[in-house]
Design a binder for this molecule. Structure first.
Ligand SMILES: [Mn+2]
Length: 494
């Protein structure tokens, strides 16, 4: 080998190394700038007077029977509304909740604000009036349930506690609270209906649980900020999923109920029947939307009211600027939705080889299973950390919802993490459209031996049968082909 060759090769190696270093440097700089951008955005969020305090021990009646339900997702009555079992809930309220002094705790996502679309209200309008209008639509779509709640609060010793979740974050607006109060026939100062962001007392700790989920964690969960905080999970529902549910596919109506949101992409890829053009259109449209939500480094809206983000930045001179920013954002969201629709059209015309589809689906199905498990385990871990805090030494039940998977997890030292699941229909197994068998879970808390609460996770079976204990599981396990399915033991045990 000539010395000259060696020299030039060394020169090349140096150039490549320099190039790589430059790339790494640029990537690092981009990430640092993105981090800074997100940090600064957080600072800009100005808390408003629209907030909901936590409910503490002093406000909690000791040794009262408590019933906890979560994630009802009562919607506006159209095809986006997932709550279809009004009769079951009405029976539960009339025949089980009423009858003895009871506190009914609705632990978040009771009202599905994110999927209420009104013809004369912009989807990205967040205000006191807009929140009241959306709740009004929900109340008129579920008059029977609201009437049953009114009957419940009218019974002696009843207390209705509504905790705020990520789908009913707009309950922070006073007009929304007032609307519900009026619908239940209560005066503005009537304490029988109360709202909270968290609940602690009587040996029980309850939150909705969205703060344990990165896609649905708010920087300021305790109240409305200016600008209004739109978390990524909210963006996914309003800008992608609501459109997808218009698609004529059986799975379309259920796709919004998949958890966690971060696994949404894999749920789509795991869809069966990708040989059908409509399914491919659905997949591509969803994936395009998902990526657009993911890649945009913006955790919340700029103000759409034109009021500005508060403080100095909201000086009247800048209001034109904020209106312009909001208009730009609206335009961008509209364009993204348009792009997603087009991508869907193109994808429906292209048929990939069947072998590739099979491989993709089984890999995605395994990925869904991994993410679902990690998500649910994360909730248990977070609750364990909360349970170990010194101020929670006398608390035994740590309760949340949000994951839609009801379960009881012993935390040791006599403490339990209990998830109250959901009352809407969910699919465990997207490939076979298998739905859950156990419906209508709720937690009953009683005090048989004095101050220590005793919790039972039960399933409402209707008026004729007493509630049954919730069976543990089912966990998704991969079958021979790699599809996640219910484990045999869980399906056989009845
Ligand atoms: Mn939730």
């Amino acid at each position: 080998m000539q010395p000259h060759d060696q020299r030039s090769r060394r020169g090349w190696a140096r150039t490549v190394a320099r190039g790589l270093a430059l790339c790494a440097g640029l990537t690092g700089l981009t990430l640092a700038l993105r981090w800074l951008y997100l940090r600064l955005h957080r600072v800009v969020l100005q808390p408003t007077a629209y907030r909901t305090p936590p409910i503490g021990p002093a406000a909690i009646t000791p040794q009262l029977r408590r019933l906890v339900l979560s994630d009802l997702h009562l919607g506006g009555g159209d095809h986006l509304d997932d709550f279809t079992d009004d009769a079951a809930l009405i029976d539960f309220l009339d025949h089980y909740a009423a009858g003895e002094p009871t506190e009914l705790i609705l632990a978040g996502d009771t009202f599905e604000f994110l999927q209420v679309r009104l013809p004369d209200l912009a989807d990205d309008e967040y205000s006191d009036a807009a929140a009241a209008r959306r709740l009004e639509a929900i109340i008129s779509a579920h008059v029977g349930v609201v009437a049953a709640l009114a009957r419940f609060v009218a019974t002696p010793g009843a207390q209705l506690t509504v905790l705020i979740g990520n789908h009913d974050f707009e309950l922070h607006y006073p007009a929304a609270k007032a609307r519900l109060r009026a619908a239940l026939g209560l005066k503005p100062d009537d304490g029988r209906l109360r709202f909270g962001v968290s609940y602690r007392g009587g040996g029980v700790y309850i939150v909705h649980g969205n703060q344990f989920d990165g896609w649905n964690r708010f920087a300021h969960f305790a109240g409305i900020t200016e600008p209004f905080e739109v978390v990524r999970g909210t963006q996914l529902v309003k800008e992608v999923i609501n459109d997808l549910e218009d698609e004529p596919l059986p799975v379309a109506q259920l796709i919004d109920n998949v958890k966690p949101s971060s696994a949404f992409f894999w749920y789509l890829v795991a869809l069966p029947q990708l040989r059908i053009p409509a399914a491919r259109r659905f997949l591509a449209r969803g994936v395009a939307g998902f990526l657009q939500v993911m890649l945009w480094p913006e955790p919340h809206h700029m103000p759409i009211s034109g009021q500005g983000p508060g403080g100095l930045l909201s000086a009247p001179a800048l209001s034109g600027l904020w209106r312009w920013v909001a208009a730009v954002r609206r335009g961008r969201v509209a364009r993204h939705r348009e792009v997603a629709r087009h991508v869907g059209e193109v994808a429906s015309a292209v048929e990939p080889p069947g072998e590739m589809l099979d491989q993709m689906q089984s890999e995605a199905t395994r990925q869904v299973e991994r993410e679902v498990r990690a998500f649910n385990d994360r909730f248990a871990r977070e609750m364990l950390q909360i349970a170990r805090l010194p101020e929670h030494r006398d608390v035994t039940l740590f309760v949340c919802g949000h994951t839609h998977l009801a379960r009881v997890v012993p935390l040791g030292m006599g403490q339990y993490y209990i998830n109250t699941g959901t009352w809407i229909e969910i699919i465990y197994d997207i490939a076979n459209m298998r739905r859950q068998e156990q419906r209508f879970p709720f937690l009953e808390i009683t005090y048989p031996n004095g101050v220590q609460p005793q919790g039972s996770l039960l399933v409402w079976m209707g008026v004729a049968t007493p509630p049954q204990r919730w069976r543990e599981g089912p966990w998704l396990v991969p079958d021979r082909r790699g599809w996640p399915v219910l484990p045999r033991a869980a399906t056989d045990r009845v």
